[in-house]
Design a protein around this ligand. Structure first.
Ligand code: KIV
Length: 265
């Protein structure tokens, strides 16, 4: 239960790694759930472009626009004004550094989120550096990149030594460019563990094993509301549990290390 009256600061998320405390993140898209998630102790809320699937009924994140993310992020901020809120830069809203800065400015000024998430590896380094220089906290995102799925598909990343090395190089370069958090999506668990040990910033895994510094899942997957939920996302809203109990169970399972090692989808 989060009953603090102080806003969550980035330092709290960064210090968790040194303290060995796991971070529990979830996606949020509206005010009511944002309030509930923050109250239940979720460490940070992600207004992900997964909203394209769970809110809008599309089959990918590609149709999501910057205005869509801003619309949902505003609601999330209203519902949980003290939460640390991260918002995605959606498909083709950061095709060069200038456009990426302009898009991020809109997320911070119009929606008043605290951090932007950028999908990609070496190609986004100049943007990550430019955002950091402007004082914008950045969450990088490597591994399976849903915005690239039309070309690359939905596949586990890091299955070969060459790919594992590529991911490690990307992670180190993103940290050096100024990223404060790193989401790793569907990265082979041993590779995610190697990357987590090599970085000083917290890593947040999704489908990437138990050895990351935190976990993130799509809210609607753990509530059993998604038309398709990946096998790594168990339903926490089981019979007899309220919504608050389900979210609290997720937070506790992440913090204790029970999820994802013991709780399976
Ligand atoms: O869009 C999203 O919700 C995400 C998470 C799945 C990490 O990027």
């Amino acid at each position: 239960m989060n009953d603090s009256v102080k806003p969550v600061a980035l330092s709290k998320l960064l210090n968790a790694k040194a303290l060995g405390e796991k971070l529990a993140l979830l996606t949020a898209y509206d005010a009511s759930f944002a309030r509930l998630l923050h109250q239940c102790g979720v460490d940070a809320l992600l207004v992900g472009d997964s909203l394209g699937m769970v809110m809008q009924g599309h089959d990918s994140t590609i149709p999501v626009t910057l205005d869509d993310v801003i619309y949902h992020a505003k609601m999330v901020k209203r519902g949980a004004p003290l939460a640390w809120v991260i918002a995605d830069l959606p498909f083709m809203t950061a095709m060069d550094v200038e456009q990426g800065l302009t898009s991020a400015r809109r997320l911070l000024q119009e929606a008043q989120v605290q951090m932007v998430k950028v999908e990609g590896g070496l190609s986004v380094l100049p943007l990550v550096q430019a955002l950091t220089e402007q004082g914008v906290p950045v969450c990088a995102h490597i591994g399976l990149l849903p915005q690239q799925a039309l070309r690359a598909g939905y596949k586990m990343a890091g299955k070969t030594e060459v790919d594992a090395q590529r991911l490690l190089d990307e992670a180190l370069a993103l940290e050096k460019a100024g990223a404060s958090l790193l989401v790793m999506e569907c990265v082979v668990a041993e590779v995610a563990q190697r990357i987590t040990s090599a970085l000083s910033i917290p890593t947040i895994g999704i489908g990437s094993g138990a050895q990351t510094d935190g976990q993130v899942l799509v809210l609607h997957d753990i509530l059993g509301l998604s038309s398709y939920a990946p096998s790594f996302a168990p339903k926490f809203l089981i019979e007899g549990r309220s919504l608050a109990e389900a979210v609290t169970a997720y937070v506790q399972a992440v913090k204790s290390g029970e999820f994802p090692s013991q709780v399976k989808g």
